[in-house]
Design a protein around this ligand. Structure first.
Ligand code: ACO
Length: 400
Protein backbone atom coordinates (compact mmCIF):
# COMPACT_ATOMS: atom_id res chain seq x y z
CA UNK A 1 0.00 0.00 0.00
CA UNK A 2 1.31 3.49 -0.83
CA UNK A 3 2.24 5.92 1.94
CA UNK A 4 -0.68 8.08 3.09
CA UNK A 5 -3.05 6.24 0.76
CA UNK A 6 -6.47 6.52 2.42
CA UNK A 7 -8.33 3.38 3.35
CA UNK A 8 -12.03 3.24 2.84
CA UNK A 9 -14.41 1.81 5.36
CA UNK A 10 -15.44 -0.79 2.80
CA UNK A 11 -11.89 -2.21 2.90
CA UNK A 12 -11.94 -4.90 5.56
CA UNK A 13 -10.12 -7.99 6.72
CA UNK A 14 -9.46 -9.41 3.27
CA UNK A 15 -7.55 -6.35 2.11
CA UNK A 16 -5.93 -4.94 5.26
CA UNK A 17 -3.95 -7.31 7.47
CA UNK A 18 -4.62 -7.02 11.19
CA UNK A 19 -1.51 -5.90 13.09
CA UNK A 20 -2.12 -6.53 16.82
CA UNK A 21 0.03 -4.22 18.89
CA UNK A 22 0.79 -2.27 15.68
CA UNK A 23 4.08 -4.19 15.48
CA UNK A 24 6.13 -2.91 12.57
CA UNK A 25 3.49 -0.38 11.51
CA UNK A 26 4.95 3.13 11.08
CA UNK A 27 2.44 5.77 12.16
CA UNK A 28 4.61 8.87 12.11
CA UNK A 29 7.90 10.29 10.93
CA UNK A 30 10.14 11.34 13.78
CA UNK A 31 13.54 12.99 14.19
CA UNK A 32 13.81 12.46 17.95
CA UNK A 33 15.20 9.01 18.68
CA UNK A 34 16.77 6.23 16.62
CA UNK A 35 16.99 2.60 17.71
CA UNK A 36 19.05 -0.06 16.01
CA UNK A 37 17.59 -3.15 17.62
CA UNK A 38 19.98 -5.58 15.93
CA UNK A 39 23.17 -3.80 16.90
CA UNK A 40 21.87 -2.51 20.23
CA UNK A 41 22.35 1.18 19.44
CA UNK A 42 20.27 4.08 20.67
CA UNK A 43 20.63 7.78 19.90
CA UNK A 44 18.71 10.94 20.75
CA UNK A 45 18.68 13.56 17.98
CA UNK A 46 21.76 11.87 16.49
CA UNK A 47 23.82 11.71 19.71
CA UNK A 48 24.59 8.26 21.06
CA UNK A 49 23.12 7.42 24.43
CA UNK A 50 26.58 6.41 25.67
CA UNK A 51 27.99 9.86 24.85
CA UNK A 52 25.05 11.70 26.37
CA UNK A 53 25.23 9.62 29.55
CA UNK A 54 28.96 10.26 29.84
CA UNK A 55 28.93 13.98 28.97
CA UNK A 56 25.52 15.55 29.33
CA UNK A 57 23.05 16.26 32.12
CA UNK A 58 19.39 15.33 32.23
CA UNK A 59 18.25 18.91 31.71
CA UNK A 60 20.63 19.47 28.82
CA UNK A 61 19.44 16.18 27.26
CA UNK A 62 15.82 17.22 27.79
CA UNK A 63 16.51 20.49 25.99
CA UNK A 64 18.10 18.53 23.14
CA UNK A 65 15.14 16.16 22.88
CA UNK A 66 12.48 18.85 22.99
CA UNK A 67 14.07 21.66 20.96
CA UNK A 68 16.20 19.54 18.63
CA UNK A 69 19.71 20.86 19.37
CA UNK A 70 22.00 21.04 22.35
CA UNK A 71 21.65 24.42 24.07
CA UNK A 72 24.39 27.04 24.01
CA UNK A 73 25.65 28.09 27.48
CA UNK A 74 23.11 30.93 27.82
CA UNK A 75 20.20 28.77 26.67
CA UNK A 76 21.20 26.05 29.13
CA UNK A 77 21.53 28.51 32.02
CA UNK A 78 18.13 30.02 31.19
CA UNK A 79 16.48 26.61 30.93
CA UNK A 80 17.98 25.41 34.21
CA UNK A 81 17.00 28.66 35.92
CA UNK A 82 13.43 28.54 34.62
CA UNK A 83 13.06 24.97 35.80
CA UNK A 84 14.49 25.84 39.18
CA UNK A 85 11.96 28.70 39.48
CA UNK A 86 9.00 26.45 38.66
CA UNK A 87 9.82 23.52 40.94
CA UNK A 88 7.31 24.44 43.60
CA UNK A 89 3.74 23.19 43.32
CA UNK A 90 0.68 25.06 44.51
CA UNK A 91 -0.52 24.36 48.04
CA UNK A 92 -3.81 23.38 46.37
CA UNK A 93 -2.07 20.51 44.56
CA UNK A 94 -0.34 19.47 47.77
CA UNK A 95 -3.66 19.62 49.66
CA UNK A 96 -5.31 17.54 46.95
CA UNK A 97 -2.53 14.96 47.29
CA UNK A 98 -3.11 14.83 51.03
CA UNK A 99 -6.60 13.50 50.26
CA UNK A 100 -5.21 10.60 48.22
CA UNK A 101 -5.19 7.25 50.06
CA UNK A 102 -1.74 6.59 51.50
CA UNK A 103 -2.06 3.00 50.26
CA UNK A 104 -2.55 4.15 46.65
CA UNK A 105 0.15 3.51 44.09
CA UNK A 106 2.39 6.54 43.50
CA UNK A 107 1.84 6.22 39.74
CA UNK A 108 -1.89 6.79 40.27
CA UNK A 109 -1.07 9.76 42.50
CA UNK A 110 1.25 11.12 39.80
CA UNK A 111 -1.27 10.66 37.02
CA UNK A 112 -3.91 12.53 39.00
CA UNK A 113 -1.60 15.34 40.05
CA UNK A 114 -0.12 15.74 36.55
CA UNK A 115 -3.65 16.01 35.14
CA UNK A 116 -4.56 18.54 37.84
CA UNK A 117 -1.91 20.94 36.50
CA UNK A 118 -4.23 21.42 33.53
CA UNK A 119 -6.70 23.05 35.91
CA UNK A 120 -4.15 25.66 36.88
CA UNK A 121 -2.67 26.39 33.44
CA UNK A 122 -5.63 25.63 31.24
CA UNK A 123 -5.35 28.10 28.37
CA UNK A 124 -4.70 25.40 25.76
CA UNK A 125 -2.83 27.98 23.69
CA UNK A 126 -0.79 25.30 22.03
CA UNK A 127 -0.03 27.45 19.00
CA UNK A 128 1.63 30.07 21.23
CA UNK A 129 5.40 29.35 21.54
CA UNK A 130 5.55 30.94 25.00
CA UNK A 131 2.74 28.69 26.26
CA UNK A 132 4.57 25.66 24.85
CA UNK A 133 7.86 26.70 26.49
CA UNK A 134 6.16 27.40 29.83
CA UNK A 135 4.33 24.06 29.75
CA UNK A 136 7.59 22.21 29.03
CA UNK A 137 9.31 23.99 31.92
CA UNK A 138 6.42 23.46 34.33
CA UNK A 139 6.06 19.76 33.63
CA UNK A 140 9.79 18.98 33.86
CA UNK A 141 10.04 21.12 37.00
CA UNK A 142 6.94 20.04 38.89
CA UNK A 143 6.67 16.30 38.24
CA UNK A 144 9.65 15.43 40.49
CA UNK A 145 8.26 17.70 43.21
CA UNK A 146 4.92 15.90 43.05
CA UNK A 147 6.55 12.45 43.20
CA UNK A 148 8.59 13.46 46.26
CA UNK A 149 5.58 15.19 47.84
CA UNK A 150 3.41 12.05 47.65
CA UNK A 151 6.18 10.00 49.21
CA UNK A 152 6.26 12.26 52.28
CA UNK A 153 2.49 12.78 52.41
CA UNK A 154 1.80 9.06 52.46
CA UNK A 155 4.19 8.75 55.42
CA UNK A 156 2.07 11.37 57.21
CA UNK A 157 4.59 14.20 56.72
CA UNK A 158 4.41 17.54 54.99
CA UNK A 159 6.28 17.75 51.69
CA UNK A 160 9.50 19.71 51.86
CA UNK A 161 10.24 22.63 49.59
CA UNK A 162 12.79 22.39 46.79
CA UNK A 163 16.24 23.82 47.53
CA UNK A 164 17.42 26.42 45.05
CA UNK A 165 21.09 25.72 45.72
CA UNK A 166 20.74 22.11 44.52
CA UNK A 167 20.78 21.00 40.89
CA UNK A 168 17.85 19.10 39.42
CA UNK A 169 18.69 15.52 40.43
CA UNK A 170 20.33 16.41 43.76
CA UNK A 171 17.24 18.43 44.63
CA UNK A 172 14.88 15.59 43.80
CA UNK A 173 16.81 13.15 45.99
CA UNK A 174 16.83 15.76 48.75
CA UNK A 175 13.05 16.31 48.53
CA UNK A 176 12.50 12.54 48.50
CA UNK A 177 14.86 11.44 51.24
CA UNK A 178 14.95 14.69 53.27
CA UNK A 179 18.71 14.79 53.23
CA UNK A 180 21.37 15.93 50.83
CA UNK A 181 22.81 12.93 49.04
CA UNK A 182 26.40 12.14 48.14
CA UNK A 183 27.27 13.89 44.84
CA UNK A 184 28.05 10.49 43.26
CA UNK A 185 24.50 9.32 44.02
CA UNK A 186 23.04 12.47 42.46
CA UNK A 187 25.31 12.14 39.41
CA UNK A 188 24.35 8.51 38.85
CA UNK A 189 20.67 9.29 39.33
CA UNK A 190 20.97 12.06 36.72
CA UNK A 191 22.49 9.54 34.28
CA UNK A 192 19.57 7.17 34.93
CA UNK A 193 17.22 9.99 33.96
CA UNK A 194 19.14 10.51 30.70
CA UNK A 195 18.88 6.79 29.92
CA UNK A 196 15.11 6.71 30.43
CA UNK A 197 14.28 10.04 28.78
CA UNK A 198 13.22 8.81 25.37
CA UNK A 199 12.70 5.63 23.38
CA UNK A 200 10.73 6.37 20.20
CA UNK A 201 7.16 5.08 19.89
CA UNK A 202 6.89 2.93 23.01
CA UNK A 203 3.39 2.48 24.46
CA UNK A 204 3.38 5.57 26.68
CA UNK A 205 4.85 7.82 23.99
CA UNK A 206 2.31 6.54 21.50
CA UNK A 207 -0.33 7.26 24.10
CA UNK A 208 1.09 10.79 24.45
CA UNK A 209 0.98 11.32 20.69
CA UNK A 210 -2.58 9.99 20.40
CA UNK A 211 -3.70 12.38 23.14
CA UNK A 212 -1.66 15.22 21.62
CA UNK A 213 -3.30 14.61 18.24
CA UNK A 214 -6.64 15.74 19.69
CA UNK A 215 -5.03 19.16 20.39
CA UNK A 216 -5.74 18.91 24.11
CA UNK A 217 -3.43 20.53 26.66
CA UNK A 218 0.06 19.14 27.44
CA UNK A 219 -0.93 18.23 31.00
CA UNK A 220 -3.55 15.82 29.65
CA UNK A 221 -0.92 14.49 27.22
CA UNK A 222 1.49 13.74 30.06
CA UNK A 223 -1.24 12.36 32.34
CA UNK A 224 -2.35 9.87 29.70
CA UNK A 225 1.26 8.81 29.12
CA UNK A 226 1.80 8.32 32.87
CA UNK A 227 -1.21 6.01 32.98
CA UNK A 228 0.17 3.97 30.12
CA UNK A 229 3.66 3.78 31.59
CA UNK A 230 2.27 2.31 34.81
CA UNK A 231 1.55 -1.16 33.44
CA UNK A 232 3.81 -4.15 34.21
CA UNK A 233 4.57 -4.77 30.53
CA UNK A 234 6.01 -1.25 30.25
CA UNK A 235 7.49 0.96 32.98
CA UNK A 236 6.05 -1.12 35.80
CA UNK A 237 8.41 -4.00 35.03
CA UNK A 238 11.31 -2.62 37.08
CA UNK A 239 9.35 -3.10 40.31
CA UNK A 240 8.63 -6.70 39.35
CA UNK A 241 12.28 -7.41 38.54
CA UNK A 242 13.35 -6.95 42.15
CA UNK A 243 10.48 -9.12 43.38
CA UNK A 244 11.55 -11.80 40.91
CA UNK A 245 15.21 -11.60 42.00
CA UNK A 246 14.15 -11.98 45.63
CA UNK A 247 12.00 -14.99 44.71
CA UNK A 248 15.00 -16.59 43.01
CA UNK A 249 16.97 -15.86 46.17
CA UNK A 250 20.47 -16.95 45.19
CA UNK A 251 22.54 -17.25 42.01
CA UNK A 252 22.43 -21.08 41.90
CA UNK A 253 18.61 -21.01 41.62
CA UNK A 254 18.63 -18.88 38.46
CA UNK A 255 18.69 -21.77 35.96
CA UNK A 256 15.87 -23.75 37.56
CA UNK A 257 13.77 -20.59 37.96
CA UNK A 258 14.14 -19.92 34.24
CA UNK A 259 13.30 -23.51 33.31
CA UNK A 260 10.12 -23.45 35.37
CA UNK A 261 9.05 -20.01 34.15
CA UNK A 262 9.67 -20.90 30.51
CA UNK A 263 7.78 -24.20 30.91
CA UNK A 264 4.84 -22.28 32.36
CA UNK A 265 5.15 -19.66 29.57
CA UNK A 266 5.74 -16.94 32.15
CA UNK A 267 7.55 -13.78 31.10
CA UNK A 268 10.91 -13.11 32.75
CA UNK A 269 10.57 -9.54 33.95
CA UNK A 270 13.20 -7.13 32.68
CA UNK A 271 13.83 -9.31 29.63
CA UNK A 272 12.64 -8.90 26.07
CA UNK A 273 11.87 -5.85 24.00
CA UNK A 274 9.84 -5.21 20.90
CA UNK A 275 12.73 -3.27 19.35
CA UNK A 276 15.87 -5.10 20.49
CA UNK A 277 17.14 -8.53 19.53
CA UNK A 278 20.30 -8.03 21.61
CA UNK A 279 20.96 -6.63 25.08
CA UNK A 280 19.36 -3.21 25.46
CA UNK A 281 22.25 -0.68 25.41
CA UNK A 282 20.64 1.10 28.37
CA UNK A 283 20.82 -2.12 30.40
CA UNK A 284 24.58 -2.29 29.75
CA UNK A 285 25.10 1.29 30.92
CA UNK A 286 22.83 0.78 33.94
CA UNK A 287 24.83 -2.29 34.87
CA UNK A 288 28.02 -0.18 34.84
CA UNK A 289 26.31 2.48 36.96
CA UNK A 290 25.15 -0.20 39.41
CA UNK A 291 28.72 -1.46 39.72
CA UNK A 292 29.98 2.10 40.32
CA UNK A 293 27.43 2.50 43.10
CA UNK A 294 28.23 -0.87 44.66
CA UNK A 295 31.96 -0.08 44.59
CA UNK A 296 31.30 3.08 46.57
CA UNK A 297 28.39 2.20 48.86
CA UNK A 298 28.65 -1.60 49.20
CA UNK A 299 27.30 -4.43 47.10
CA UNK A 300 23.79 -5.82 46.81
CA UNK A 301 23.38 -9.59 46.96
CA UNK A 302 20.56 -9.37 44.41
CA UNK A 303 23.11 -8.14 41.87
CA UNK A 304 24.75 -11.57 41.96
CA UNK A 305 21.34 -13.14 41.32
CA UNK A 306 20.73 -10.74 38.44
CA UNK A 307 24.07 -11.55 36.81
CA UNK A 308 23.43 -15.28 37.17
CA UNK A 309 19.97 -14.88 35.66
CA UNK A 310 21.36 -12.97 32.68
CA UNK A 311 24.03 -15.66 32.16
CA UNK A 312 21.54 -18.54 32.44
CA UNK A 313 18.99 -16.80 30.22
CA UNK A 314 21.39 -16.48 27.29
CA UNK A 315 21.30 -20.16 26.23
CA UNK A 316 17.59 -20.45 26.98
CA UNK A 317 16.19 -17.22 25.47
CA UNK A 318 19.03 -15.71 23.43
CA UNK A 319 18.05 -17.52 20.23
CA UNK A 320 14.68 -15.71 20.40
CA UNK A 321 16.45 -12.37 20.79
CA UNK A 322 15.37 -12.01 24.41
CA UNK A 323 17.96 -10.20 26.52
CA UNK A 324 17.89 -7.80 29.48
CA UNK A 325 16.03 -4.55 28.84
CA UNK A 326 16.32 -1.16 30.54
CA UNK A 327 14.27 -2.34 33.51
CA UNK A 328 16.55 -5.21 34.45
CA UNK A 329 19.29 -3.29 36.26
CA UNK A 330 17.54 0.01 36.99
CA UNK A 331 15.78 -1.34 40.08
CA UNK A 332 19.09 -2.38 41.62
CA UNK A 333 20.47 1.12 41.07
CA UNK A 334 17.42 2.78 42.59
CA UNK A 335 17.41 0.40 45.53
CA UNK A 336 21.03 1.31 46.28
CA UNK A 337 20.02 4.96 46.16
CA UNK A 338 17.47 4.22 48.89
CA UNK A 339 14.44 4.73 46.67
CA UNK A 340 11.30 2.74 47.61
CA UNK A 341 10.30 0.11 45.07
CA UNK A 342 6.94 1.56 44.12
CA UNK A 343 8.65 4.84 43.17
CA UNK A 344 10.73 3.22 40.43
CA UNK A 345 8.06 3.77 37.80
CA UNK A 346 7.26 7.36 38.88
CA UNK A 347 10.99 8.04 38.52
CA UNK A 348 10.82 6.60 35.03
CA UNK A 349 8.02 9.11 34.41
CA UNK A 350 10.11 12.02 35.76
CA UNK A 351 12.61 11.21 33.05
CA UNK A 352 10.31 10.17 30.21
CA UNK A 353 8.31 13.39 30.46
CA UNK A 354 11.05 14.93 28.28
CA UNK A 355 10.51 12.35 25.55
CA UNK A 356 6.73 12.73 25.79
CA UNK A 357 7.04 16.51 25.45
CA UNK A 358 9.40 16.18 22.48
CA UNK A 359 6.82 13.96 20.78
CA UNK A 360 4.01 16.34 21.77
CA UNK A 361 5.78 19.19 19.94
CA UNK A 362 6.61 17.01 16.97
CA UNK A 363 3.01 15.74 16.74
CA UNK A 364 1.66 19.28 16.75
CA UNK A 365 4.01 20.14 13.87
CA UNK A 366 2.36 17.70 11.46
CA UNK A 367 -0.80 16.82 13.28
CA UNK A 368 -3.47 14.47 12.07
CA UNK A 369 -5.76 12.98 14.69
CA UNK A 370 -5.09 9.28 15.33
CA UNK A 371 -8.06 7.19 14.39
CA UNK A 372 -7.07 3.64 13.38
CA UNK A 373 -9.55 1.21 11.98
CA UNK A 374 -10.75 -2.15 13.25
CA UNK A 375 -12.02 -5.36 11.75
CA UNK A 376 -15.53 -5.81 13.06
CA UNK A 377 -16.26 -9.38 14.17
CA UNK A 378 -19.45 -8.82 16.16
CA UNK A 379 -23.11 -9.57 15.64
CA UNK A 380 -25.24 -7.92 12.93
CA UNK A 381 -28.91 -6.99 12.65
CA UNK A 382 -30.01 -8.10 16.12
CA UNK A 383 -33.52 -7.33 17.32
CA UNK A 384 -34.16 -5.70 20.68
CA UNK A 385 -36.24 -7.93 23.03
CA UNK A 386 -37.91 -7.07 26.34
CA UNK A 387 -35.81 -8.21 29.35
CA UNK A 388 -37.96 -11.27 30.18
CA UNK A 389 -37.49 -12.69 26.68
CA UNK A 390 -33.69 -12.41 26.63
CA UNK A 391 -31.29 -15.29 26.66
CA UNK A 392 -28.90 -14.25 29.43
CA UNK A 393 -26.08 -16.72 28.67
CA UNK A 394 -24.20 -14.01 26.80
CA UNK A 395 -23.81 -12.06 30.02
CA UNK A 396 -21.42 -14.71 31.25
CA UNK A 397 -19.42 -14.58 28.05
CA UNK A 398 -16.02 -13.18 29.03
CA UNK A 399 -15.46 -12.00 25.44
CA UNK A 400 -18.13 -9.34 25.83
N1 ACO B 1 10.44 -13.81 29.06
C1 ACO B 1 10.21 -14.97 28.39
N2 ACO B 1 9.76 -14.99 27.13
C2 ACO B 1 9.56 -13.83 26.52
C3 ACO B 1 9.80 -12.60 27.15
C4 ACO B 1 10.25 -12.62 28.49
N3 ACO B 1 10.47 -11.51 29.16
N4 ACO B 1 9.51 -11.59 26.31
C5 ACO B 1 9.10 -12.17 25.18
N5 ACO B 1 9.13 -13.52 25.30
C6 ACO B 1 8.77 -14.51 24.30
C7 ACO B 1 7.24 -14.68 24.28
O1 ACO B 1 6.84 -15.69 25.16
C8 ACO B 1 7.01 -15.05 22.83
O2 ACO B 1 7.41 -16.39 22.64
P1 ACO B 1 6.63 -17.33 21.59
O3 ACO B 1 6.85 -16.68 20.26
O4 ACO B 1 7.29 -18.65 21.73
O5 ACO B 1 5.19 -17.32 21.99
C9 ACO B 1 8.03 -14.19 22.09
O6 ACO B 1 9.09 -13.97 23.01
C10 ACO B 1 7.46 -12.85 21.66
O7 ACO B 1 6.88 -12.24 22.82
P2 ACO B 1 5.86 -11.05 22.77
O8 ACO B 1 5.27 -10.86 24.12
O9 ACO B 1 4.92 -11.26 21.62
O10 ACO B 1 6.83 -9.87 22.39
P3 ACO B 1 6.45 -8.38 22.44
O11 ACO B 1 7.35 -7.67 21.49
O12 ACO B 1 4.99 -8.19 22.26
O13 ACO B 1 6.76 -7.99 23.97
C11 ACO B 1 7.59 -7.13 25.91
C12 ACO B 1 7.71 -7.13 24.39
C13 ACO B 1 6.15 -6.72 26.32
C14 ACO B 1 8.54 -6.10 26.49
C15 ACO B 1 7.91 -8.53 26.45
O14 ACO B 1 9.24 -8.88 26.11
C16 ACO B 1 7.68 -8.66 27.95
O15 ACO B 1 6.55 -8.84 28.39
N6 ACO B 1 8.78 -8.54 28.78
C17 ACO B 1 8.66 -8.63 30.20
C18 ACO B 1 8.15 -7.32 30.78
C19 ACO B 1 9.21 -6.24 30.69
O16 ACO B 1 10.36 -6.43 31.05
N7 ACO B 1 8.76 -5.05 30.24
C20 ACO B 1 9.63 -3.89 30.13
C21 ACO B 1 9.95 -3.60 28.69
S1 ACO B 1 11.01 -2.19 28.56
C22 ACO B 1 10.03 -0.89 28.83
O17 ACO B 1 8.86 -0.89 28.55
C23 ACO B 1 10.55 0.28 29.46
Amino acid sequence: MKENQPLHTSQTSDEVPLRPGLEGVPVTRSAICDIDGLQGKLSYRGYSIAELTAQSSFLETSYLLIWGNLPNPQQLRDFEKEIQMHRRVSFRVRDMMKCFPASGHPMDALQSSAASLGLFYSRRAIDNPQYVYDAVVRLIAKIPTMVAAFQLIRKGQDPIQPRDDLAYSANFLYMLTEREQDPLAARIFDKCLILHAEHSLNASTFSARVTASTLTDPYAVVASAVGTLAGPLHGGANEDVLTMLETIGSPENAGSYLDQAIAKKQKIMGFGHREYRVKDPRASILQELAEELFARFGSDEMYEVAKALEKEAEPRLGSKGIYPNVDFYSGLVYRKLGIPRDLFTPIFAISRVSGWLAHWREQLGTNRIFRPSQIYKGEQNRKWLPPEQRNTTNLQNPQI
